[in-house]
Design a protein. Sequence first.
Length: 247
Amino acid sequence: MRIKNVLLVTILLLYLTNLTAQNKSVTLSGSTKDKSTKLALPFVNVVLKTSKDATLIAGTITNEEGRFSLANIKSGNYVLEFSFIGYKTKTQSVYVGSLSEFLDQGTIELEEDATTLQEVVVVSKTNTVSEKMDKKTFSMADNISQSGGSVLQSMQNLPGLTVQDGKVQIRGNDKVTVLIDGKQTALTGFGNQSGLDNIPASAIDKIEIINNPSAKHDANGNAGIINIIYKKNKKKASMAKWVLRRV
């Protein structure tokens, strides 16, 4: 009877030990380096998956020193996957046991993937609308709907501007100074800018709107200033056409 009880206690202890080992969590750690330079690789993606069905268990990225850590990993067979832009993805099998709470994978070296390191061409484009302090600039080149008619028609589509009976208004005020290439000409004047209807919008590079002009400008234009800027190769031709229409 006594021997039987000892056997039962032994079996129970073995069962509890095995149960405890199964519930025990382990922290996986390690570091990543460049295979050629031996320099640490920061921000490498580290993913832990089950070896059986590739179920995702945990993931992280390496720190600035190239080190990583995955906590609360249960006992079992896994696959560690390392991926980083410009490098070949690397995988390695990992068995997590119960003898220690920490399992160091050492240093994992990643090899550059020459096929992914291709030339990258960056193309930038000026915004159609740019805003600096009180000045807003609208580009005609990128706006097909505005470049098809006249300058006066284009102004009707610009935010903050209205055109009534040939008068250009800013926020409902017709005290507007209209300039061409920064200068006032016979085309423009205070109170009526109907002559701008003879200038094609396709000849214009951009339109600048200054809502709060400085004191040096005429008081008659205190509502704002509109500066129409020609395309360099279109200015002379457009001015000539306008003169012929006026004759």
